[in-house]
Design a protein around this ligand. Structure first.
Ligand SMILES: [Zn+2]
Length: 371
């Protein structure tokens, strides 16, 4: 049998001496426990020995004895509780059992508390999109419209607009079912044509949609044009401009609006109003706009395959001189993956289509005469 006592690092506290602390060694002997430093030795016999724990996480093991009032020593080495001599003494063994179970509760309690915090953080991130969406829909559409109007003013200096009543009428007749569908959820829409050879159409926050003549030139049918228009209108109705800004502002705005302080959130959003100009080229927004756009086309009985055939045209065009940074292609990469997703959306889906009113070739000719 190994009679050599095990030693642990310890600290002695002396309350009779102004709580002075001294470090030394704790030795567990066969019937007593001793603290030894260079200057002193304190011995507690097992009989009436008190073992307790303390500290923030009860990580400190204290030893005290009623015969040595005011003296306490402790160690952070929990292994001391496993010393077999303690367990041979029924009184000490009982004290150690109590200590171990209280420590376990603390550990479990701490991990539950920590787990809850982690769970809240994770769910905030997972649900962030949902919060952002809810928040964007809570904000008045007039905000976006005001910013959209400002942007539109600046476009007037950059582009040459085509103002022609009969051309606009031809377009509105063709797009009428789609416009009516989109207006159902309160989205306001207005259309403008600009003389620009690149293939593009873009929506401003609030609902102004600008169509470039290059888009009409490269489209083969009304269905293709309306496919792009459906996608752009979905960016408006899904509040993507605003959601993009809120996303960039981060959790602050979400959390402050969740706790009811919508005004401070609103202030933060308005301050970054300029950022509403550009749709952050967010893939999730693009997918949502494709899907919502396609649903709106189907609901308005416009052949949704026009959207797919136009993306195929874009795919062929990409790499050619058309890959101007202002083009639809730069913000809407016509990848095989995207086209495949659009095709999948139509699989096993029942819908009926009606021909779009108006002669597309005549419209194309008309717009070319005005260029
Ligand atoms: Zn888009």
């Amino acid at each position: 049998m190994n009679t050599k006592p095990t030693t642990f690092l310890g600290i002695l506290m002396d309350s009779s001496n102004g709580n002075q602390r001294e470090s030394g060694e704790i030795k567990v002997n066969t019937s007593s426990i001793t603290f030894e430093s260079e200057s002193q030795k304190v011995e507690f016999s097992f009989h009436l020995l008190q073992i307790t724990n303390g500290g923030n996480n009860r990580e400190l093991i204290f030893f005290a004895h009623p015969n040595k009032v005011g003296l306490t020593f402790y160690t952070t080495q929990k292994a001391i509780l496993n010393e077999s001599v303690f367990h041979e003494d029924p009184e000490l063994k009982a004290q150690i059992m109590v200590l171990k179970s209280s420590r376990r509760k603390i550990v479990i309690g701490t991990s539950i508390g920590f787990g809850i915090v982690i769970a809240i953080i994770i769910s905030l991130f997972l649900l962030k999109e949902t919060f952002v969406e809810a928040l964007a829909h809570k904000a008045p559409i007039e905000w976006e419209a005001k910013i959209g109007d400002k942007l539109f003013e600046s476009l007037k200096y950059q582009y040459e607009f085509i103002h022609n009543d009969s051309l606009e009428q031809e377009f509105l007749i063709a797009a009428k079912p789609l416009i009516e569908q989109v207006r159902k959820d309160g989205t306001k829409v207005e259309f403008y044509f600009i003389k620009q050879a690149t293939i593009n159409a873009f929506a401003l926050p609030g609902g102004k949609v600008v169509i470039q003549t290059g888009l009409i030139d490269h489209a083969k049918s009304w269905e293709e044009v309306l496919g792009v228009v459906g996608h752009e209108l979905a960016h408006v109705s899904c509040r993507h401009h605003l959601r993009g800004v809120i996303n960039n502002l981060g959790l602050y705005v979400i959390v402050s609006s969740l706790i009811g302080d919508f005004n401070s959130a609103a202030g933060a959003i308005i301050n970054t109003g300029g950022d509403l100009a550009s749709l952050s080229n967010d893939r999730a927004f693009e997918t949502e706009a494709d899907e919502t756009g396609m649903n709106n086309l189907i609901a308005s009985h416009i052949d949704p395959k026009g959207m797919i055939s136009f993306f195929n045209t874009l795919k062929k065009e990409s790499g050619s001189k058309m890959d101007d940074y202002t083009s639809f292609m730069s913000t809407h990469p016509a990848t095989s993956e995207r086209i495949q997703h659009l095709k999948e959306l139509l699989e096993n889906r029942k819908y009926y289509i009606r021909p779009v009113k108006g002669d597309f070739k005549a419209f194309k000719k008309h717009i070319n005469q005005l260029k």
